[in-house]
Design a protein around this ligand. Structure first.
Ligand code: NDP
Ligand code: 2IT
Length: 446
């Protein structure tokens, strides 16, 4: 980065957030993208908007005690980072995974500001979670954990204040327990969480939204370059919520998905992954992806996560976790002829991997833009809750589709306007930033 002011902001962020490499990584990328913006609009620098935007408005950190099935007390740590409320109530998921610490929630909350802005809907940025590991826990243990987590969280959220949702390790089951506890504590039935079950205020198509949205975005990007999903070979990492519905939509759009994974390993099925089997393993049995080969003898299972990127494919959709594609994996994808990489997970490509894709001229869709369909549909769930009304699946899916095509257009337009045509990383960061920054300017410094 050449700009001395932006370098100064980054130095300050590094000093204030030691031991949080994921947060520094996310901030560095955004600040780099903002160089041409500062040159054209020095007011964002002069009025302190950039100094403010890298500092969360509020960090809530709390103890989560719960009793396991053996009667033993367990203690986890809970977080909610309310990062930016310039354009709407804080909005973003909750992640339950043993790797969660403040730096992970901070990076996710920071990314969420720009992603939520890109959706065009009135939602600010936030994120939360816990180092609780739902794997191997009984339903009753998960319920007691969720109730304890919400007992504290309920003091800080609300339908017009902060609206959490799911992320890794938080799906329909967890949202149900969290909602039940909020309702009990507050005696109020509002849209305080999204991703709710359909019988109690959930939106149709929210379950599918992130994966579907990722494919709508990728399709728009491919079409803009005279191509489409038809006949493409696709590799998808992960086998959770995002991965499953990305597979479903890519297949509907004419592609063949040949591989999926979990944190232990990946399966390769040259005939195309049998998605019903994956759903049965992951959504119904909460099992491991290697169980797939038990009734698919022609499929292969390999231990380890990174090997999935050595499978030749036209389109790669990383849908598991941060930094899952490093430089070496990116080079393997390029060598094998990948045409497009679109991020379903948050920050799945390292900066070095992004550099490899962009210098090879690969179409690259950054997470903030390409995975925004989940939170966009969450915002549609909030609208429906406020209206005490619900739209049909087709209505929600149609809105999601249009939102994703618009995000693609806005990100590519912003990249062009700031002299970086085709660079959707810069375009998404800039387009997401401008709306939030202008709202912050309008509100003044308090
Ligand atoms: P799920 O918990 O449903 O699935 C996560 C998947 O990723 C699982 O297959 C899991 O494997 C794998 N995974 C998780 N952590 C790791 C790890 N450290 N190393 C390797 N694999 C891992 O989560 P989602 O599908 O909801 O989330 C996936 C990604 O998408 C995350 O980055 C999330 O932030 C992002 N995202 C999610 C949205 C949503 O609406 N749910 C919206 C936008 C982005 P295993 O079962 O072995 O842990
Ligand atoms: O990363 C994300 O955008 C999410 N996990 C979804 C957040 C939401 O509020 O729906």
């Amino acid at each position: 980065m050449k700009n001395a002011y932006l370098n100064g902001v980054l130095e300050q962020v590094k000093k204030r957030n030691p031991g949080e490499p994921e947060f520094i990584q996310a901030v560095t990328e955004v600040l780099e993208s903002l160089e041409p913006v500062i040159e054209k609009h020095p007011e964002y620098m002069e009025k302190g908007v950039i100094d403010e935007i890298v500092e969360p408005e509020r960090i809530i950190k709390f103890r989560v005690p719960w009793v396991d099935d053996q009667g033993k007390v367990q203690v986890n740590r809970g977080f909610r980072i309310q990062f930016n409320s310039a354009i709407g109530p804080y909005k973003g998921g909750l992640r339950f995974h043993p790797s969660v610490y403040e730096g992970i929630i901070k990076f996710l909350g920071f990314e969420q500001i720009f992603k939520n802005s890109l959706t065009g809907l009135p939602i600010g940025g936030g994120k939360g979670g816990s180092d609780f590991d739902p794997k191997g826990k009984s339903d009753a243990e998960v319920m007691r954990f969720c109730q304890s987590f919400m007992t504290e969280l309920s003091k800080h959220i609300g339908a017009d204040t902060d609206v959490p949702a799911g992320d890794i390790g938080v799906g329909g089951r967890e949202i149900g327990y969290l909602f039940g506890q909020y309702k009990r504590l507050r005696n109020e039935f509002t849209g305080v969480l999204t991703g709710k079950g359909i019988p109690y205020g959930g939106s149709l198509a929210r379950t599918e939204a992130t994966g579907y949205g990722l494919c709508y975005f990728t399709d728009a990007m491919l079409k803009d370059h005279g191509d489409s999903f038809k006949g493409k070979t696709v590799v998808i990492s992960g086998s959770g919520n995002v991965a499953i519905y990305a597979n479903q939509k890519a297949t509907q759009l004419g592609a063949k998905v040949v591989a999926m994974s979990d944190s232990n390993g990946y399966v390769y099925d040259a005939n195309g992954i049998d998605l019903a089997a994956v759903k049965q393993i992951k959504e119904v049995r909460r099992g491991r992806i290697k169980e797939y080969i038990q009734d698919h003898p022609k499929a292969e299972y390999h231990e380890g996560c990174s090997g999935i990127w050595t499978i030749p494919c036209d389109v790669a959709l990383p849908c598991a976790t941060q930094n899952e594609i490093n430089e070496e994996s990116a080079k393997a994808l390029v060598k094998n002829g990948v045409k497009a990489v679109a991020e379903g997970a948050n920050m799945p490509s390292t900066p070095e991997a992004i550099h490899v894709f962009q210098s090879a001229g690969i179409l690259f869709a950054p997470a903030k833009a390409s995975n925004a369909g989940g939170v966009a549909t969450s915002a549609l769930e909030m609208s429906q809750n406020s209206m005490r009304y619900s739209w049909t699946f087709e209505e929600v899916d149609g809105k999601l589709h249009d939102i994703m095509v618009n995000i693609y257009k806005n990100a590519s337009q912003a990249a062009k306007e700031y002299g970086m045509e085709g660079n959707l990383v810069a375009g998404a960061n800039i387009a997401g930033f401008l709306k939030v920054a202008n709202a912050m300017l309008a509100h003044g410094v308090v």
